[in-house]
Design a protein around this ligand. Structure first.
Ligand code: ADP
Ligand code: MG
Ligand code: MG
Length: 474
């Protein structure tokens, strides 16, 4: 993946394009709350700024695009099958739970559901599988699979539209063709999946409840789904924090979830993936309450756990995929995109990583960006963990570091256009909906490209490392 900017675009033309593009963002809702305005994270419509974006789409050979797209339904199915094997989840995470309090709390809820033999008939997954193109091996390797709060289905679709618009207008200067930017329906596809889950639940007066953080600068990404739900399907959504659910929610004896006296058909989490979202016991009670109810959870506690880094690493071990799939072709496709992944019970790999830390990434069981350990910090952390010995290591996994090829691109942030050496990460959204034996949806559901300066280790857009981007197929 490399940026599509041809070498000799006149700087004045770039500047003009960046201004046009930023205005387009404001006109089309490609916006986030502005850090500079303290009210922007709590009051809708206040303190908006265009989302950070790349001026032109990132290049990607078409066969990688096809490969990543084909993987989406296979990963969707994998998540569903692994989620049904409660013992596998409990066992694989048993050491991690002893040293990681957050994972331990999630597993406790999961164990309670296993004990009461709780069945989820309607299962909804809205995932995003992220990839980087490794320059040395020319292979597309998975970074991670997000099964909770996969962000930017709303804004990501708009970036593709922005890029097509710019190429239409300036294509003659750029020698680019708009049709090479693939259409991106992430926003409407996710809304469709939520609406169909609501329809399977089959209570006309029930609502979709979005679980949100008390402060959310990325609220417009979420409001795009709300809008599609209402306008295309007539489905009403409500927005609640976990602490509000604790205060206003209850579960009736038949499993009905009522929040603020409204029956909830589908719970869609855009919070709850980090320990910061559980500052007190109230939030944990809310999570448990929702799990005990008959509402459709996106994700359920077991879908959530399947998306942990530890499970990613367990699934990459020899003969583990075979537990969940019979189809050899599917297994081969999955395995082809797995990078090197190791648990820290492997002494050999720890030694190698201490010697060559630049070839590895050390990951704790966290989500949301900014948590991984690289380079000299990685060496130091591993050295300490090795000296201490024992269980503390189970909180981490080691991953082969992937090195995408860097190229020049224009990144626009806060109305200012910078040129920089960048690398990109491709996310493919997947939607999966099942009611008992009936698979209602199993689709690739759009994409998200994120681009960051190549000197930055981390990649989150919301965390401030990356910008939103789209794709240019070559
Ligand atoms: P999170 O769940 O916090 O998003 P990720 O596993 O996606 O965790 O890691 C965050 C970022 O770190 C990624 O977006 C990517 O930029 C970078 N990263 C993660 N794993 C690797 C890797 N194996 N090689 C290179 N960069 C990586
Ligand atoms: Mg993640
Ligand atoms: Mg990530």
């Amino acid at each position: 993946m490399s940026a599509a900017a041809p070498p000799a675009v006149d700087p004045a033309a770039v500047e003009e394009m960046a201004r046009e593009a930023a205005a387009w963002c404001a006109l089309h809702g490609l916006v986030v709350g502005d850090r500079a305005n303290p009210r922007s994270a709590t009051v809708p419509g206040v303190g908006l700024v265009h989302a950070p974006f790349s001026l032109l789409p990132a290049r990607l050979p078409e066969h990688f695009w096809r490969q990543a797209s084909e993987l989406a339904p296979i990963f969707n199915e994998l998540v569903d099958r692994v989620s049904l094997d409660g013992d596998f989840l409990q066992y694989s995470l048993s050491k991690t739970r002893q040293v990681d309090d957050f994972t331990s709390r999630l597993l406790e809820i999961h164990r309670k559901m296993m004990e009461t033999n709780k069945k989820e008939n309607i299962r909804l997954g809205l995932h995003r599988s992220d990839y980087m193109l490794d320059s040395e091996t020319r292979s597309l390797l998975q970074i991670e699979l997000n099964t909770i709060s996969a962000s930017f289905p709303g804004l990501g679709s708009l970036v593709s539209e922005l890029h097509r618009t710019l190429i239409n207008q300036y294509g003659h200067l750029l020698s680019l063709e708009p049709k090479r930017v693939p259409g991106n329906a992430a926003s409407s596809k996710f809304a469709e999946a939520l609406a169909k889950a609501w329809a399977e639940f089959n209570v006309d007066s029930a609502v979709v409840m979005m679980i949100i953080q008390p402060e959310e600068r990325n609220m417009y990404d979420q409001y795009w789904l709300t809008k599609h739900l209402k306008e295309s399907y007539g489905v009403t959504s409500i927005r609640k924090t976990l602490s509000q659910v604790e205060a206003e929610g209850k579960v009736l004896p038949d499993g009905t979830l009522l929040v603020d006296s409204k029956q909830v058909a589908v719970v869609y989490y855009r919070a709850g993936y980090t320990p910061n979202d559980y500052p007190s016991e109230a939030e944990w009670s809310a999570r448990l309450l929702i799990e005990q109810s008959s509402a459709v959870k996106c994700p359920s506690i077991s879908y959530h756990l399947v998306g942990t880094k530890k499970i990613q690493q367990e699934l990459a071990k020899p003969n583990v995929l075979e537990r969940f799939f019979e189809n050899k072709e599917d297994i081969a496709k999955l395995r082809k995109c797995f990078a090197g992944l190791w648990g820290l019970d492997d002494e050999e790999i720890i030694k190698t990583a201490i010697e060559k830390p630049e070839l590895f990434v050390l990951k704790p069981q966290r989500e949301g960006g900014g948590n991984n350990i690289y380079g000299l910090d990685l060496r130091e952390t591993l050295t300490i963990l090795q000296k201490e010995g024992g269980d503390a290591r189970a909180a981490y996994i080691l991953m082969q570091r992937i090195f995408p090829e860097a190229s020049l691109a224009y990144l626009v942030r806060d109305g200012i256009c910078h040129e920089g050496l960048v690398i990109s990460e491709l996310g493919i959204y997947g939607a999966y909906l099942r009611n008992k034996d009936k698979v209602v949806i199993n689709d690739q559901s759009g994409y998200l490209m994120r681009t960051k300066v190549s000197s930055s280790d981390e990649g989150g857009v919301a965390a401030g490392f990356a910008v939103l981007d789209s794709l240019y197929l070559t």
